[in-house]
Design a protein around this ligand. Structure first.
Ligand code: G6P
Length: 607
């Protein structure tokens, strides 16, 4: 979603800012803009790719070493130059970029218009520029502080004023801001990936804090103006994490990084002697975990499907009662959150607004709140009582792949940890651990089928609809496979529990409506075969994904993909790989922009 980058230092601001914006492109956006302090100040905005803004900026070559820039993902008002950030006040001296939503902007706007302010956009953000203008009396920091007191909603902001040629004010509430510290320069961004090319030292702002930045210096205060001292931390990603290498797309690179993602998720976390997982991040809450009776998993998108897998794995390895809920629906449920309830928030980015809102609600009600998060230092990671990092590495492709496989791996480890402290046998624990260790090589083996899957995609990529079916552990994978296909190839696809097929989707089956049937030889294999028969009887085309050595399906289906055999719990981590590759190849063959699918954002920071 929207991205912010700000720079004050000695270098040419236009270069640092445009490079920063390019590194934020993966988050999803529809327009971009930049403001650089100079006399007169430079201000440019463009609809479409950052490349359009870059061309304009290169043509104009503005001098200046202090500036702010933004990628916008439209919420209030369509994508247009007028709605793109930075926004400016009536005097043309204040420039402001904003992520989040100003919920009371209509009230504020009415008040400002009545006071004589002229608005040039349909955005909620512009109200903030005018509010700062009203509050300004020579001190920019004080003006931003005063303006923010009027605001309801969420924000990450960066503000410039022509009368303060070295200074940038940033602030956050519910939308991340991280500072990058250099020798003679200070940066800020909504995402560390926009800083990694400039610095390896960062400072995370907390909610309701602001900071005044000058070259090489920063001062943090709370919104109530109390000074805050905050540690400078090393940045754990290098600039190379954002490179595609020899891969044509980040998504393909990340699909191929999955063996290492699983290795990283497992590293140092296996105790063979006791057939249990070692998760350092949960040690501080061991006692409460021991008393837990209920687990509620909350998440969105792909992380929600990981959560659905989590329900099956926790139910089968532990005696907990488990529910998985969409974070966006969590607030509408009347869930009984007691002392012995654990809420687990799963999030790749650690910034998803609905997941964050759900975990805050759960905390308020006294539950133990845990996180399973990929981005180190993200808001969800910091706000949960304890948790486990996925360590999947930075994921750039909007469609989540390697972080999903890490989430499944870690959910299995967590379930094993809880299960072994209850009634899960040593033999069962040991067998799962052995299976987990075989996964990376088995994923490597599965990835070798990429070319074959491309040929298969050629056969099916013109389909306008697709059904994905699976049972038990494969049901969440059917949902995830269908999501991948719709996200990046724009093919309407539905994931279904195979047993539900007869309650609706079977009405759609005809030769133009193919099905991807997930049919490994596990406990529900025979039942899935019956579903395959039912589709066959209605002339539906079928691609089956099964386990190696199963030749029985060839007579029943049009195409077969196989994955290596492993413990039933772990087959999802193998089955999902060909589904990711299938979606990827379909998208490329259909000419889609795989890494930046239309309308989607990597990190959804508004509710
Ligand atoms: C967006 C992304 C998805 C992701 C979902 C949840 O929709 O495009 O790939 O699964 O958000 O994000 P999270 O960062 O919380 O896992």
């Amino acid at each position: 979603m929207c991205g912010i980058v700000a720079y004050t230092g000695k270098q040419s601001a236009r270069e640092v800012l445009i490079e920063g914006l390019k590194r934020l492109e993966y988050r999803g956006y529809d327009s971009s803009g930049i403001a650089i302090l100079n006399s007169p100040p430079y201000w440019a905005r463009k609809v479409g790719k950052v490349a359009a803004l870059e061309n304009q900026v290169w043509q104009d070559s503005p001098a200046g070493t202090v500036g702010i820039a933004h990628t916008r993902w439209a919420t209030h008002g369509k994508p247009s130059e007028a709605n793109a950030h930075p926004h400016v006040d009536c005097s043309g001296k204040i420039f402001l970029v904003h992520n989040g939503i100003i919920e009371n902007y209509m009230t504020l706007k009415k008040r400002l218009v009545a006071a004589g302010h002229t608005f040039c956009s349909e955005t909620d953000t512009e109200t903030l520029a005018h509010l700062v203008e009203c509050a300004y009396q020579g001190d920019l920091e004080a003006a931003v502080r005063k303006a923010l007191l009027d605001v309801q909603g969420t924000y990450g902001v960066a503000v410039l004023h022509t009368a303060h040629p070295q200074q940038i004010i940033v602030a956050r509430r519910g939308s991340p801001i991280v500072l990058g510290i250099g020798e003679d320069e200070t940066l800020a961004a909504s995402d560390v990936s926009a800083l990694a090319h400039q610095t390896d030292r960062v400072v995370y702002l907390e909610d309701n804090e602001m900071a005044s930045l000058e070259p090489g210096r920063f001062a943090i205060t709370t919104l109530e103006n109390r000074a805050v001292s905050r540690e400078v931390k090393p940045l754990e990603i290098g600039p190379e994490a954002m490179e595609r290498g020899n891969f044509p797309h980040f998504m393909l690179k990340e699909i191929f990084e999955q063996p290492e993602a699983v290795e990283n998720a497992l590293r140092g976390r296996i105790n063979h002697g006791e057939a249990v997982a070692k998760l350092g991040g949960l040690e501080s809450v061991q006692e409460r975990l021991q008393q837990a009776r209920h687990l509620i998993i909350v998440s969105c998108g792909t992380s929600y499907y990981a959560g659905l897998f989590g329900r099956y794995v926790f139910e089968s390895l532990t005696d907990l009662t488990v529910e998985t809920e969409l974070a966006s629906e969590f607030r509408y449920r009347k869930l009984n959150l007691r002392q012995n309830t654990v809420v687990l928030a799963i999030s790749q980015s650690g910034e998803t607004a609905d997941t964050l809102a759900a975990l805050r609600e759960a905390k308020r009600k006294g539950a133990l709140v845990l996180g399973l998060v990929n981005v180190v230092g993200s808001t969800i990671a910091r706000e949960t009582h304890a948790g486990v990092y996925s360590h999947a590495g930075i994921e750039v492709g909007v469609a989540s792949t390697k972080s999903f496989i890490s989430q499944l791996t870690i959910l299995t480890l967590m379930a094993l940890l809880v299960g072994r402290s209850r009634d899960l046998s040593y033999e069962e624990g040991a067998s799962i651990l052995r299976g987990l260790e075989r996964l990376p090589d088995q994923i490597r083996e599965t990835l070798r089928q990429s070319e074959g899957i491309r040929t298969l995609a050629q056969k099916y990529c013109q389909a306008e609809h697709f059904l994905y079916i699976g049972r038990k552990y494969q049901y969440p994978i059917a949902l995830e496979g269908a999501l991948k296909l719709k996200e990046i190839a724009y093919i309407h696809s539905e994931g279904y529990a195979a047993g539900e097929m007869k309650h609706g989707p079977i009405a759609l089956i005809d030769p133009a409506f193919p099905t991807m049937a997930l049919a490994p030889e596990d406990g529900s294999y025979e039942k899935v075969v019956s579903n395959i028969q039912e589709i066959r009887a209605r002339d539906g085309r079928i691609v089956a994904v099964t386990t190696e050595g199963n030749t029985k399906l060839h007579a029943l289906v049009d195409d077969v993909i196989t994955v290596p055999k492993n413990h039933e719990v772990l087959l999802p981590m193998l089955i999902v790989v060909p589904l990711q590759l299938f979606a990827y190849h379909c998208a490329v063959l259909r000419g889609c922009d795989v890494d930046k699918p239309r309308n989607l954002a990597k990190s959804v920071t508004v509710e």
